[in-house]
Structures are given as structure tokens and as C-alpha cells.
Design a protein around this ligand. Structure first.
Ligand code: SAH
Length: 240
């Protein structure tokens, strides 16, 4: 069960997500090792916070629950990150192009990076987020987590912008992850999916469902409802 996946360390958290009883990450999946390489503690606290706030955030880093990162945003629960990576996995081959909309802490960008890039074959991951302070936060987090070179080499790009428009110049994308709920499926994002390509997106205003949207090699688009969820909405930008 997802709420039972918390751990005392990053390794224990990921091991719990891989247990037969949770069935979130199947054994042998590449998602497990990728999540092991991303230490969630590097994505939950900003250096500008007070010491007590940082200590509280770090104490909860390996809990299987969402955590506030300020600016009305949360870093999603580990089991939702695991589901997203797992559902997109067939499209996250080495060398793939990935877009993460509402990239917040940068955590999932890091997981996607490890899935699409290895020494021989390099993919690209673009994170787009409309709060500039969170983009700055995510860049610092990625650097703390050892991904400074991937940023320098543009294997990872973090962009300030309205994710509902996508980021056409980086596409078309083999995989698109949307980390905030859209009232309807945004056609501009469907247009930026490669053929074949796949999107994981929460859709709905009051009742939200994760949709898995697939575009096949001929450009035909199909949708499957995966599960009911509660995400923060994809919105116009507020100033903080
Ligand atoms: N997946 C991320 C963040 C999830 S919270 C993580 O786990 O860290 C959702 C994020 O979507 C927030 O950071 C919010 O600022 C962002 N967001 C909301 N509307 C947006 C929009 N129109 N364009 C880009 N980002 C948006």
C-alpha cells in the first residue's frame, strides 16, 4: 500500500515502493534503480528557510506523502512519482526526449534524466514551471543531487513558463508528465507528443483522474483512465 512505503532512508523508501505488497514498482523495473539515485532529501528544503523549517522538511523527506515546497506547490508523494515513471517507462528509452510540466522541486526531472541518459546514449529532459523561484529552487536541488553537469550540458533544461503551452522547441516528446491537474486535456501538449509517445496527466476540476494518453506511430491518439487523484491545479501564474 502506498501509505506504507515510507522509509528511514532513501534506499528504504524505494525498497518499500518495490515490495510485492505495494506493487508500485515491479521487480526488475528500471524505475527502482533510477529512484535510488535521486535522494529525495535534496528536493524538499530551500537554503533560505529557517533552520527549524529545514529540519522539519528533512525529517519527512522519506515519508510517502506530498510535502509543501512553498508557493502553493508540493513535491508529490513518492508513490505518485513512482507510478508516473512506471506508466511512462516504455517511452523512456535511452536517448528519449521528455517534458515535465509543473516541475516544482525538480525531483521527477532527475528520475527521468537517469532513465533516458547513460554514458553512451544521452536523452534530454525539459522541466517547465511557472513560478521563477521554484525553477531556481529546482536548479539548486538538481545541483545538490549531483546533476550540475547534466544542466551545463543541457541534458536537463529548467524553463520558466506556462506549462499549458508546453515547450515546442524541445519537442516532439517521447514522454510528457504533467504534475498539476488540467481542467481538460490540453491539445497543445497532445500536439507536442511524438509518434509514438505517451503522456501522464491528471485531468478534472473537482474529481480528477490520471489519464494515460498514447499517440501511436500513425499519430492516432487514445486515452485510458488510470486512477482517481488529488493534485494542485494547473493555473495562471500568481505573484508571490
Ligand atoms: N511534480 C513536482 C511539482 C508538483 S506541484 C514535484 O513533485 O516537485 C505542481 C506544480 O505545478 C507547482 O510547482 C506549480 O507551481 C506548477 N504549475 C501550476 N500551474 C502551472 C502552469 N500553468 N505552468 C507551469 N507550472 C505550473
Amino acid at each position: 500500500m502506498s501509505w506504507m512505503c515510507s522509509g528511514k532512508t532513501n534506499a528504504e523508501l524505494v525498497a518499500n515502493l518495490m515490495k510485492d505488497s505495494s506493487r508500485i514498482i515491479p521487480s526488475g523495473s528500471r524505475v527502482g534503480p533510477a529512484m535510488e539515485r535521486v535522494d529525495r532529501a535534496n528536493y524538499v528544503a530551500d537554503r533560505s528557510w529557517s533552520d527549524s523549517r529545514k529540519t522539519r522538511a528533512l525529517a519527512e523527506a522519506y515519508n510517502d506523502s506530498p510535502q509543501s515546497i512553498g508557493y502553493d506547490a508540493t513535491i508529490s508523494a513518492p508513490h505518485m512519482h513512482a507510478y508516473a515513471a512506471q506508466y511512462l517507462l516504455p517511452y523512456l528509452r535511452l536517448g528519449a526526449k521528455v517534458l515535465d510540466v509543473g516541475s516544482g522541486s525538480g525531483y521527477l526531472v532527475a528520475v527521468f534524466h537517469h532513465l533516458v541518459s547513460s554514458e553512451g546514449k544521452l536523452g534530454t529532459v525539459v522541466g517547465i514551471e511557472h513560478v521563477p523561484e521554484l525553477v531556481q529552487f529546482s536548479v539548486e536541488n538538481l545541483k545538490k543531487d549531483g546533476l550540475g553537469k547534466a544542466l551545463e550540458d543541457k541534458r536537463i533544461e529548467m524553463i520558466v513558463g506556462d506549462g499549458r503551452q508546453g515547450y515546442p522547441s524541445g519537442g516532439p516528446y517521447d514522454a510528457i508528465h504533467v504534475g498539476a491537474a488540467a481542467p481538460r486535456l490540453p491539445q497543445l501538449l497532445v500536439d507536442q507528443l511524438a509518434s509514438p509517445g505517451c503522456m501522464f496527466i491528471p485531468v478534472g476540476e473537482h474529481i480528477q483522474q490520471i489519464l494515460q494518453v498514447k499517440k501511436d506511430a500513425d499519430g492516432k491518439v487514445t486515452q485510458t483512465q488510470l486512477m482517481g487523484v488529488r493534485y494542485v491545479p494547473l493555473t495562471d501564474r500568481k505573484t508571490f
